[in-house]
Ligand binder design. Sequence first.
Ligand SMILES: Cc1cc2nc3c(=O)[nH]c(=O)nc-3n(C[C@H](O)[C@H](O)[C@H](O)COP(=O)(O)OP(=O)(O)OC[C@H]3O[C@@H](n4cnc5c(N)ncnc54)[C@H](O)[C@@H]3O)c2cc1C
Length: 302
Amino acid sequence: MRIEQPRIVAVLPELGVELRAETSLAALTSLGIGGTTDLLRVRKHLFLPQLIQLLKSEGIPFRFLGGGSNLLVANGELPWVMLQLVAGDPEIRLEGNYAFVDAAADLGRTVTFCAKNNLGGMEGLIGVPGTVGGALRMNAGAYGTQMGSFVREVKVYRAPTGEIETLRGEEIRFDYRHTSFAADDIMLAVKLELPSKAYPEIVKGIRICNEKRRASQPIGQKSAGCIFKNPPGASAGRLIDELGLKGFHVGDACVSDRHANFFINRGTSSCADMLALIAAVREKVRSNYGVELEEEVVVWRA
Ligand SMILES: Cc1cc2nc3c(=O)[nH]c(=O)nc-3n(C[C@H](O)[C@H](O)[C@H](O)COP(=O)(O)OP(=O)(O)OC[C@H]3O[C@@H](n4cnc5c(N)ncnc54)[C@H](O)[C@@H]3O)c2cc1C
């Protein structure tokens, strides 16, 4: 979708918004799949309510992009524009055991910055790509750690009120890859409380998690991490693996031979290929085990 209305184009710089016309989502997502649309890069949180009101008044649909590491996006000209936050400077500020982090900050950099300042706890999240905002939305987690455990406050643009509010940690539910934020809420910043830990000890934990990832995941290949959530009491990857589906593919969309719950784009996979692979694997798991797998990857159909 193109933003061509002169009224909007003229006002964007005043709202601290940079317009990148006809941006490829394939280039902005870790799966390397997705069509084109205009991208609005938001520099000033304060103006986000005005920007969204403007888009709504002009009937321009929008979606919100973090780091693009958990997204499967349709091909072709997309029927919505993208909003993306630009990280403030500094991205992270520390005060005792609290870290105040911009939602656009890279999660990995946040973990290592805190570690260097002797704040630990998030070692398990190292290697989860994407932004802190994306990790909040998804309640990202790995190796027994989940993002929500450290959250004390979130500054959020609330879709239902159209205003920026600060929510206390207790007001937010963090479940397995699910949070109680409204679908269109946009997380802007977070206050985390992290336990004090000596840097060398944190680094040891980080190394262990990195090694586990390297041993089990297709690092360096185009994926969105796990495609399906684990069903209660079982591992989606193990169920898929037991059916002998590693290497099973639709076009260039392929079940990884390293981790059966990672589906990779071997080169030129389309969104339709990936969706067909997801549907085929889900059907095989359903018919063999009676288990209905739920997607963890966020799918944006056009
Ligand atoms: C190699 C690899 C390994 C991975 N390993 C893990 C893992 O171990 N554990 C795990 O949980 N995930 C894992 N993932 C998935 C992914 O990295 C996480 O879900 C991550 O937290 C997504 O963050 P993002 O910024 O990239 O979000 P995006 O992919 O950009 O967006 C995902 C969703 O969050 C929304 N969103 C993003 N930012 C915001 C915001 N500020 N406000 C509101 N909504 C927002 C988007 O609208 C979208 O609905 C992995 C992915 C890859 C590629």
